[in-house]
Design a protein around this ligand. Structure first.
Ligand SMILES: Nc1ncnc2c1ncn2[C@@H]1O[C@H](COP(=O)(O)OP(=O)(O)O)[C@@H](O)[C@H]1O
Ligand SMILES: [Mg+2]
Length: 453
C-alpha cells in the first residue's frame, strides 16, 4: 500500500512532482504551509510520514515528540552540515535536498518501518514510567568520542518531590546536594519546579538566567552538548567543594520552557557530568490538560512526571503534621499510579512535638502504620526553624550556617555522608572540582564514590 505523506517547505514541495511520477511507494496527500498545519494534519491520521525541508521552520525535540505521538515518521531535507548535525542529534532521518525521487521514497519507507517498530506511546497512554520510551528513541548517542567515552561513568538521578503545602522539598534538595558535594561527589542540583522555583533564592543566587530553561532551549533545538550544559550551570562553592546548579524558571508562567523531551535530554547529559543529579520537583502529578484539549497540549506537570520517571531514586517529602501526613499518603498513591516504577524513600520533615504530640517520631510511626502505605518512613527530619531561617537569610546551606543543628545531621544521614567524612573533606578543599575535557566530558581521576542513597 502506498504511504500517505505530507510535505512542508519550498524545497520539499519541489520533490512532489518526482514522487508522484513514481506512481508507487508514496503518495503526497497534502502540501502544508507551515509546521502548525503539518502537526494538525498528522493528528487527523491522514499521513504516515512527513517530508520537511529546513525552510519549513525549526524542527525541535518537542515537535518531533508530537510527530511520534501521532505515529508519523519524519524525513528532513538538509544540505548544510550544521543542519545535518542538528538532525542527527535529534534522531531524525535526513537526506540531501537534491536527492532523487526514488531514493527519497526509499528513505521514507525505511523511516515508516522504523517508526512502526519503535514502541508507540499514543496520546492517551504516554507512560512516564519510562520517559525514554514514551518520548521515542533518545537522540543518537551522546557527543562523546575516543577513549574519553570509555572512561565516562553514568551518574544517578535523584528526584526530591512531595505534595502541595511546602513540605520542604527545596530545603531537602538543596541540603542533600550540599552534603553530597561536601562528601566528595560531583553534584548537579536542578530546579525543575514549574510552580514555585526557589533553589536560586534559597542559595542567594541573584539569577535571572534560568539555567535549566537555557539548557532545555538548546536541547529542544537539538544543539545541547556537554559544553552547552556546562555553560548553563552556575557553580557554587560549598565548604571547599563545588556544587553545580541549574536554576529554575524565574516566573511560573515560563513553565512551557520545560518540555519533557528537552528535560529528558538534559537529565541524560547531566548523568555524564555529575555523580549525582538532584532534581527539585514540583508537587502536582495531575494530567488533566490531556482531557481538556483535543490535541497534545503542553502539560505543566509533564516536567515533574518526566523527572520522576527518569529518577533512580525518588525522595518523597511530607510535612509531619495533621495536614501534611494525609496529603503525603494520598500523593504516594498518585505517584504509584502515575509512575509505577518509582520506589520512593519517605521522608517526614518539620517533625515536632507541638504538631503531633509528645514523642513525635513514635506518634508519627504509629499513625503511618495505621494509615500509611506499607512502605516504611525512611527518615524523620526535625523542625528547626532558626536553622533554616538563618540559612535562608544568608543564602547558604545548613552545613555552613548551622553545621551542628539536628536538622543538618539528619540530612547528612539521609545523604549517607558520615559527618566524620565531611570534616576530612574540608581539608582537601577543591578536590571535588569538576574538570572537563575540551569536548566537555567530565574527566575521571580522583573519582568520587557513589552516594549511599
Ligand atoms: N525542617 C524544617 N524545619 C523548619 N522549617 C522548615 C524545615 N524544612 C523546611 N522549612 C521551611 O518551610 C518552608 C517551605 O520549605 P521549602 O523547602 O521551600 O518547601 P517546598 O519546596 O516543599 O515548597 C520554608 O520557609 C522553609 O524554610
Ligand atoms: Mg520548593
Amino acid at each position: 500500500m502506498s504511504i500517505p505523506v505530507v510535505t512542508c517547505g519550498l524545497t520539499a514541495r519541489e520533490c512532489v512532482t518526482g514522487l508522484e511520477k513514481l506512481r508507487g511507494p508514496v503518495t503526497v496527500v497534502r502540501w502544508c504551509a507551515d509546521l502548525a498545519e503539518v502537526i494538525a494534519v498528522c493528528q487527523t491520521g491522514l499521513a504516515r510520514a512527513v517530508i520537511l525541508s529546513t525552510d519549513a521552520g525549526e524542527l525541535t525535540a518537542s515537535l518531533i515528540e508530537r510527530f511520534r505521538n501521532a505515529e508519523v515518521a519524519v524525513v528532513a531535507l538538509a544540505t548544510t552540515e550544521s543542519d545535518q548535525h542538528r538532525l542527527d542529534s535529534l534522531g531524525v532521518a535526513h537526506t540531501e535536498a537534491d536527492v532523487g525521487a526514488a531514493a527519497l521514497a526509499a528513505i521514507v519507507e525505511a523511516a515508516v518501518k522504523l517508526a512502526a517498530e519503535a514502541p508507540s506511546p499514543g496520546i492517551d497512554s504516554v507512560s512516564y514510567a519510562d520517559p525514554a520510551a514514551a518520548l521515542g528513541r533518545p537522540a543518537t548517542g551522546p557527543p562523546l568520542s575516543g577513549s574519553e567515552s570509555a572512561q565516562t561513568e553514568v551518574g544517578e538521578v535523584m528526584a526530591v518531590w512531595g505534595p502541595a503545602g511546602s513540605p520542604g522539598r527545596t530545603t531537602v534538595a538543596v541540603n542533600l546536594a550540599a552534603e553530597l558535594a561536601a562528601g566528595g561527589r560531583a553534584v548537579l542540583l536542578i530546579d525543575a519546579d514549574t510552580y514555585g522555583a526557589s533553589v536560586a533564592a534559597s542559595l542567594g543566587l541573584l539569577d535571572e538566567s534560568a539555567g535549566l530553561a537555557q539548557a532545555c532551549r538548546l536541547a529542544d533545538q537539538g544543539s545541547l552538548d556537554l559544553m552547552g550544559l556546562n555553560r548553563a550551570i552556575t557553580r557554587l562553592a560549598v565548604r571547599g567543594s563545588h556544587l553545580g546548579v541549574l536554576t529554575g524558571i524565574t516566573r511560573a508562567d515560563r513553565w512551557t520552557e520545560l518540555r519533557p523531551a528537552a528535560l529528558t535530554k538534559v537529565l541524560e547529559l547531566s548523568r555524564l557530568i555529575a555523580d549525582v543529579t538532584i532534581v527539585d520537583c514540583g508537587f502536582c502529578l495531575e494530567t488533566d490538560e490531556e482531557l481538556s484539549f483535543d490535541t497534545v497540549a503542553p502539560r505543566r506537570n509533564a516536567a515533574t512526571l518526566c523527572c520522576l520517571g527518569a529518577a533512580d531514586t525518588v525522595i518523597a517529602v511530607g510535612a509531619a503534621d495533621a495536614v501534611g501526613l494525609p496529603r503525603l499518603i494520598r500523593a504516594l498513591a498518585d505517584l504509584e499510579a502515575m509512575v509505577p516504577t518509582a520506589t520512593p524513600r519517605v521522608v517526614l520533615n518539620k517533625v515536632r512535638a507541638a504538631a503531633v504530640g509528645r514523642g513525635p517520631e513514635r506518634q508519627l510511626r504509629e499513625a503511618w502504620d495505621r494509615f500509611g502505605p506499607s512502605r516504611p518512613v525512611d527518615a524523620f527530619l526535625p523542625a528547626d526553624f532558626s536553622a533554616v531561617d538563618s540559612a535562608l537569610l544568608g543564602g547558604s546551606v545548613l552545613l555552613e550556617s548551622a553545621p551542628r543543628s539536628p536538622l543538618r545531621t539528619a540530612i547528612a544521614e539521609l545523604a549517607g555522608v558520615p559527618i566524620e567524612q565531611l570534616r576530612r573533606s574540608r581539608v582537601g578543599a577543591g578536590h571535588n572540582e569538576v574538570k572537563f575535557s575540551r569536548n566537555g566530558v567530565r574527566l575521571l581521576g580522583k573519582g568520587p564514590q557513589r552516594s549511599g542513597l
